[in-house]
Each structure stands twice: as structure tokens, then as C-alpha cells.
Design a protein around this ligand. Structure first.
Ligand SMILES: NC(=O)CC[C@H](N)C(=O)O
Length: 488
């Protein structure tokens, strides 16, 4: 089965973007193509058609390929819950926690899952564009690798290596990575892509010629730095966003250590009237208050109780109360909603040590973490305005209490979330709630924003960005040579 794997010399070299771009280029040429990421470590995930969970960047690549995201596209997803522990998702379903699993047995199962998922995808699509993780030159992680060369060797596919010239040292990155590979890994590496180039290409060309001479491998192309490209981030909170002169609504999101699905905020990054900032202690200084805002959004969290403790340790519980006293709004999404209640109970220790943590007490309800993750794509409406809203749910928590009798939304015919009687505090389990322009406008209007023109249609924006990316790949990569790699 034709599979091409894109690996990078570092994390964030642009692998996900190149895979998304290649998926879109191939799909536009009528090829039946699917993305594949054997192993990902990320807290941004998406719900798949088969009711599972995969990394968000892979789901975006599926969108680029014009196919439905499926659990087989990212068979191993590691969701860190602390600096040491991570939840292991295999083929979309929770398998256990890394620290509680026998490592060797887990490695074997993970490898089997990767192979089975790749075989299942191969039966459904003509071409697979796979993405590595981090760099293949992490020699300490080489044994039993499934994320990079271990996968490429297992399925015997060619590899293209992406280096990021923007951070400097791209020749050392590419040559050094090749140097650290085994003979067979080196020979399956068919060439390079230089990513994020700004400047005069003629100044780079002698370096590219040298690279080919030195390694015997072609450079398939140099991709320019694509200004403002905003596609669903894999995990880290990117800095892209624009704060123009018309940005009158100030929205602050605490950058929780286990923030999850922060893609929720991408439509706000693009909104011309919104000034969005993620704040952590580094931005405001330890012990300092959250900057003044119209709206504070408590985001999703992989570990609600420990992130709540972190929020308190920053002194931000008082800051939120003060913000409310001055008439500000607070919105909680999923883990953030759970924080707004009276307590969060985790009797079985699903997200960390077993126990209970008092919530911020801004809404009358309590949450219990229950085994069996709730994963679903949902749609419904924002109750007060009646406007349509859609997104997805990913959580273990089940919330109960009188505040839920005043729901924020109706989803699939059932009530969801809550809002306080004065409307200042709102919460929902729905991720992706700003993606639809009408819902985005209505939610921001509640915070005092008078819409000028319509909000960004984020779904349409994603499609346009994928086309812009694909145009860029077609213009700058030797696509004929890349397609030849897929024919072998
Ligand atoms: N997506 C989330 O924010 C999840 C919240 C919480 N960790 C739960 O599982 O219930």
C-alpha cells in the first residue's frame, strides 16, 4: 500500500502542516488519501466517526483529505495528565495510564494497534500520508519505536525529512539527523523539505546544492513562511492571532498546565473585535492578578482538580471574584465548567490522586469523574437566543445540581451547562462553541460586544487555509517527484 511518511528534524518543524497540505493537494487531484499519525502526544483531540478520539491535527488532515476522521488515523494518542503520567488511547479508546502499565507489554500492544490501524486504513484508501512525531534521531527512544522510523521500517515506506530553517541550523538539522539513522533508515529517507523560509531563495540555493551533494538526496522544495497560517494546533498554544485597532472586547484565558482543546479559541484569535490572550504566571508574574478583561474563559482541562489547584496557587480565584464584582463575565468550557461548580470529585483517581477538590462555587452543582469517557459530536442551540451551535464533547465528568436547571444550551434535545441568574457566569461541556458565526456573535454579545459585520466562519476559514497551504505546496514542491515516491 503506498504510504509516504513525513518526519521532522525537531518538534514543530512543520510536519503536520506539510501532511495536511499534501492531503489537500492529493485530494484535489482526485486521489483517495488518508492521514496517519502512528503516535501522538497531545491534549487537543477530536471525536471520530466511530466514536473514538484522535489528535486534532490528524483530524484536520482528514478534513484536508476530504474524509471523515477515524480512530485508525491516530492509533496511539498519549494525553499527559502530569509531568510523568499520561492517559493512553489506543485506536480511539482509553487503554490505561502509562505509569500503571507494564511498559514492555504496552509497547507490544501499541505496536500491534499501529499495524492493525494502518492495515485497516490501507484497505479503505489508495494512499496514506503518515506523520512522524518529534524527531527520528532521538536515539534513546529508538528501541521499539513506533512513532518514526520504527513505523517506516515496519511498513517499509519512504520518508521525507522536514527541517525548519526559521530556527536556524537547518543544514545541521538535516545532515545530523541522517547521520544518526541506521543504514536502512537512511536509505528510506528519500529527500528533504526546507520549511518556513523567508528571504531571497537565490541565497539559499548554494546551500541546497551542497546538501544534495553531501547526502546524495534531493531537496523536494523550500516552503515559504506562510504568514498568519492558522490551522488547528497539535498541542502547544501558538502565538498567531491579530489584535487590530477594532479589538474592543478583551478576553483572557488562563493557560492551565493541562489545558485541553484550546483550538476552541481559534475563532476568537481571528475575530477583529476580540483581543484574546492566554495568560500564565510568565505573562503576569507570580502572584500577580489576571489582567482586566471583559470575559474570562476557563478552558478545558485534562486534569480539572490539579489545574484548579494551580489556578488558586496563582491567586486567580480572588481575581475571578473581583472580575465578577466589577461586572465581568466568566465562561467555563468542559473542565472549566467543572471548576465553576461547588466541587469536583474523583473517587477513583481517574485524573490524578483520588479525592475531592472544592470548586470556585460560582454555580450550584458538583461534578464526579466517572470511568467511560463521553465522546460525541453534537449540535443544538444556544437557549436564550435560539441560534444553532455545534461541536463535540470529550469528558469523564458528570455534573449534577440545581444550577443545571438553568441550562446554557440544548444539545441533541437535552440540556447542557448552566448560566447564573444574572447571566454573568456561564458554562458548557461543548467544545468548538465559537466555530459557528451566529453562536460566536451571540455569545460575545452577552459579554457586551456589538457585532460589526459577522464573526469569522471558522469552518469556512479552515477550508480556505487548507487550500492556501495546498497552493503553496503545489507552487514550491516537486510534486511529481513526491507522487513518484507513492508509486513504489
Ligand atoms: N475536555 C475536558 O475539559 C475534560 C474535563 C475533565 N478532565 C473530564 O474528563 O471530565
Amino acid at each position: 500500500m503506498p504510504t509516504l511518511m513525513i518526519q521532522g528534524t525537531t518538534s514543530d518543524a512543520g510536519k503536520s502542516t506539510v501532511v495536511a497540505g499534501l492531503c489537500r493537494v492529493l485530494a484535489r487531484r482526485g486521489v483517495s488519501v488518508a492521514p496517519f499519525k502512528p503516535q501522538n502526544m497531545a491534549l487537543n483531540s477530536a471525536v471520530t466517526v466511530d466514536g473514538g478520539e484522535i489528535g486534532r491535527s490528524t483530524a484536520l488532515q482528514a478534513l484536508a483529505a476530504g474524509v471523515e476522521p477515524h480512530s485508525d488515523m491516530n492509533p496511539v494518542l498519549l494525553k499527559p495528565e502530569s509531568d510523568r503520567g499520561a492517559q493512553v488511547i489506543l485506536r480511539g479508546r482509553v487503554h490505561g495510564h502509562l505509569d500503571a502499565l507494564d511498559y514492555h507489554a504496552y509497547k507490544r500492544t501499541a505496536r500491534e494497534s499501529v499495524l492493525a490501524a494502518w492495515q485497516a486504513l490501507s484497505a479503505r484508501y489508495d494512499v496514506i500520508v503518515a506523520e512522524g512525531a518529534g524527531s527520528p534521531a532521538e536515539i534513546n527512544l529508538r528501541a521499539n519505536d513506533i512513532a518514526n522510523m520504527g513505523f517506516a521500517e515496519m511498513v517499509d515506506c519512504p520518508v521525507v525529512l522536514v527541517g525548519d530553517i526559521d530556527r536556524g541550523g537547518v543544514f545541521a538539522q538535516l545532515v545530523g539527523t541522517l547521520e544518526l539513522l541506521s543504514e536502512s533508515e537512511r536509505s528510506r529517507t528519500r529527500g528533504f523539505i526546507v520549511n518556513r523560509f523567508r528571504g531571497d531563495i537565490s541565497l539559499l540555493e548554494p546551500g541546497l546544492d551542497w546538501l544534495t551533494e553531501r547526502t546524495g538526496k534531493p531537496v523536494f522544495g523550500t516552503l515559504p513562511y506562510l504568514q498568519g497560517l492558522l490551522l488547528d494546533a497539535e498541542d502547544s498554544i501558538g502565538r498567531i492571532g491579530r489584535v487590530g485597532p477594532g479589538a474592543t472586547l478583551k478576553v483572557v484565558v488562563p493557560a492551565l498546565p493541562r489545558i485541553s482543546n484550546h483550538n476552541d479559541f481559534d475563532p476568537l484569535r481571528l475575530h477583529p473585535q476580540v483581543d484574546l490572550s492566554f495568560v500564565g504566571p510568565h505573562q503576569v508574574g507570580p502572584g500577580r492578578a489576571i489582567p482586566p478583561a471583559d470575559l474570562i474563559i476557563l478552558p478545558g482541562s485534562k486534569s480539572t482538580r490539579s489545574d484548579l489547584a494551580w489556578l488558586r496557587a496563582q491567586g486567580w480565584e480572588e481575581a475571578i471574584q473581583r472580575h465578577l464584582r466589577y461586572g465581568g463575565r466568566v465562561l467555563g468550557i468542559c473542565g472549566g465548567l467543572q471548576m465553576l461548580g461547588r466541587a469536583v470529585h474523583d473517587p477513583d483517581g481517574l485524573e490524578g490522586p483520588a479525592g475531592s477538590t472544592p470548586g470556585l462555587g460560582l454555580l450550584e452543582f458538583e461534578t464526579r469523574m466517572v470511568a467511560g469517557k463521553q465522546l460525541r459530536n453534537v449540535s443544538g442551540r444556544l437557549l436564550r437566543e435560539g441560534v444553532p451551535i455545534a461541536g463535540y464533547e470529550i469528558h469523564n465528568g458528570v455534573s449534577e445540581g440545581p444550577a443545571l436547571a438553568r441550562p446554557l444550551l440544548e444539545l441533541q434535545g437535552r440540556p447542557d451547562g448552566a448560566e447564573s441568574a444574572d447571566g454573568q457566569v456561564m458554562g458548557t461541556y461543548l467544545h468548538g462553541l465559537f466555530d459557528r458565526p451566529e453562536a460566536c456573535v451571540a455569545l460575545l454579545a452577552r459579554c457586551g460586544l456589538e457585532a460589526q459585520g459577522s464573526a469569522v466562519d471558522y469552518q469556512a476559514h479552515r477550508q480556505q487555509e487548507l487550500d492556501r497551504l495546498a497552493d503553496c505546496l503545489e507552487a514550491n514542491l516537486d510534486m511529481a517527484a513526491i507522487e513518484r515516491l507513492l508509486e513504489c
